[in-house]
Write a protein that binds this ligand. Structure first.
Ligand SMILES: [Zn+2]
Length: 111
C-alpha cells in the first residue's frame, strides 16, 4: 500500500495502527457476500433437510471468500480511510490535511 496517495499526496496511514479498525469493515463485507451467495445458492440450487447441499454452499462460500481476500482487504482499507479522510474537491489546489498523529521515522516499523 502506498504511504501517500500518488495523486494528491494524502497520507494513507494517518496514525499508528490505523488499519486495525478496517477489520470491522472487512467483516461486514464478508457477511454481506456470504448472505448474497447464500440467497443465490438457495434460489439456484436449493437447500434440503435430507441432503448435504448446505455443506456444499458452506465449502464453496469459504473458497469464494479466500479467493476474494486480496480484493476485500483493499476495499476494507479504502472504505475505512474514507470514514476519516473526506474528499476535497479542491485537492489539486489545496495541500492534504496532516493529522499530526504520526511519528516520522517510526511508522515504517509498524509495517
Ligand atoms: Zn488522493
Amino acid at each position: 500500500m502506498h504511504e501517500h496517495c500518488p495523486s494528491c499526496g494524502q497520507r494513507t496511514e494517518i496514525e499508528v495502527g490505523f488499519y486495525v479498525g478496517s477489520g470491522y469493515v472487512s467483516y461486514a463485507l464478508t457477511v454481506a457476500i456470504s448472505i448474497a451467495s447464500f440467497v443465490a445458492w438457495w434460489v439456484l440450487v436449493g437447500i434440503g433437510a435430507e441432503d448435504n447441499r448446505i455443506y456444499w454452499w458452506l465449502g464453496l462460500n469459504a473458497f469464494l471468500l479466500l479467493l476474494l481476500q486480496p480484493l476485500l482487504m483493499r476495499m476494507a482499507r479504502t472504505i475505512w480511510l474514507s470514514f476519516f479522510v473526506r474528499f476535497n474537491k479542491n485537492w489539486l489546489m489545496e495541500k492534504p490535511i496532516e493529522t499530526g498523529r504520526v511519528i516520522p521515522g517510526q511508522m515504517e516499523l509498524m509495517a
